[in-house]
Write a protein of this length. Sequence first.
Length: 274
Amino acid sequence: MKSLRPLLLLLLLAPAALLPACEGSSVDTSAPLMTVNRLFPQELETVEGCGASLEALVLRTGQSLRFEVLLDDDDELSQVKVDIHANFDCHGHSQDKSSVDWSKLEIRDLEGASSSELFEFAVPANTTAGLYHFQITALDQAGNQSPFYIQNLMIINVSDTVAPLLEMTEPSGSSLTTQENQITLRGSFSDNLPLGILGQDSKIEVSLIALDNGNSYYHYPEANDYQIIDEYSASFEMELSFGVLTSSAYRVRVRAFDQVRNASGDIVFDVTKN
């Protein structure tokens, strides 16, 4: 048994020998600090998007979004990421039209504890007009992520800045009452330029909101719901179902879009279901 005592003593002392090393180590849990400077456009403007007034940076095709990102970390930076994407229908990203939704994703690898990064993104001439999201975030080597910098962008396509005109013939008032699970929508819309392929290049968008709980969805007429009047105008007729939005009161919002996604004024009415 005497021969085992030195071995037991070593086993007991081994954890104690490791304690100084453990006490000296630390885990990096601090996210990088990020500041956005030298932003162009500089001023936010009030625009309409997603059924509400929003603050956004307004850019026109041919202009560039420019900014500087200053980054600092207590240890080692890893990456900075810039993401620009469409938010036309509050994240409905349709591509079946003649213009092109603007999209940018740039990820840069970083070294050191601080960095200054300059970015510039030109808006192409054929960019679809409308609301976009612009966001930036950064990571350090430990995987800690900075808070997102997020802004709305409103893109204006300078080739066509005239919005289409929308008229509703049914319903004709600001409210109606029904016992049915659907209602009929009839109307027409026109534009200063050719409408192109109805339902793709130019289209009608309908949003339905249940007023008691705020649930909503978007509906788009099918191709056979449109009727061509001439190159610049068309009519539509569709059945709007209340679907899974169980409620006694709804708000319906109808708007028209042209080929570059200029939006008409909204026509809004309330529906009471008995």
